[in-house]
Design a protein around this ligand. Structure first.
Ligand code: TYD
Length: 225
């Protein structure tokens, strides 16, 4: 039994990657395993997870096509994050609870930064203010070539309409080139901050990915530190 998942207690772990990379499934599995091993954990997603964050999510959805400027978009994601850190993430970490986050500043760096053109340093500066300098212990990037991500999304009912929402908008409103840049943005971050990022290929089976993620977590939080 992989008892070393216990070393995740009180850690802040982010899962990120291109839409369709399988984050939700993998986070479900990890959450279940942590529960089995009595490691307290909370799960959050961005944008959203707090009442204010859900309003911001709605605003982001409905503002597409209304000329929302990329810097305003970036600040809305950050505002949701500021609230989430204040309401959920910091209190949980202070109690020794592991936090599993579906997206964080890594998404803003990839989408609004690398792909959207906002300088990396500007985003890092805003993130520092929004989160009072709270950075994840580890960010796991589930990496998928763009064609595979698109195929997965379109291959049917695996994701419900709620999960498809923002992605569909993006596919319709923005070109594939944008998503290629997003992927490059995630990979760029992992090269810039190799001590805080791990990249896992999302091309294999769910079971393969699950094993690789568990291995990466255990190595990082026990051997690696
Ligand atoms: P969502 O429907 O929650 O999908 P997913 O399951 O892929 O996370 O969509 C979130 C979308 O918001 C996704 O396309 C990425 C985007 N996003 C940004 O552009 N910047 C950010 O800072 C965050 C947190 C998300």
């Amino acid at each position: 039994m992989p008892a070393s998942l216990k070393s995740l207690a009180g850690k802040f772990i982010v899962f990120d990657g291109l839409d369709g990379c399988g984050k939700t499934t993998q986070m479900d599995r990890l959450e279940k395993k942590l529960a089995q091993q009595n490691v307290p954990a909370v799960r959050v997603r961005e944008p959203g997870s707090t009442p204010v964050g859900e309003h911001i999510r709605e605003l982001l959805l409905t503002s597409r096509g209304e000329g929302l400027h990329i810097r305003a978009e970036m600040l809305l994601y950050m505002a949701s994050r500021a609230q989430l850190v204040y309401e959920e993430i910091r209190p949980a970490l202070c109690k020794g609870i592991a936090v599993l986050a579906d997206r964080y500043t890594s998404s803003t760096l990839a989408y609004q930064g690398f792909a959207g053109g906002i300088p990396e340093q500007s985003i890092l500066d805003v993130a520092r203010a929004a989160t009072e300098n709270l950075w994840p212990d580890l960010t796991i990037i589930l990496d998928l070539p763009l064609e595979v991500a698109v195929k997965r999304i379109h291959s049917g009912a695996k994701r419900g309409p709620e999960q498809m929402g923002l992605f569909q908008d993006r596919i319709e409103n923005r070109v594939a080139e944008f998503h290629q840049k997003v992927r490059d943005g995630f990979l760029h971050q992992s090269q810039t901050f190799p001590d805080r990022y791990r990249v896992i290929s999302a091309k294999g089976t769910r079971e393969d990915m699950e094993a690789k993620i568990e291995d990466a977590l255990v190595t990082f939080f026990t051997d690696g530190r």
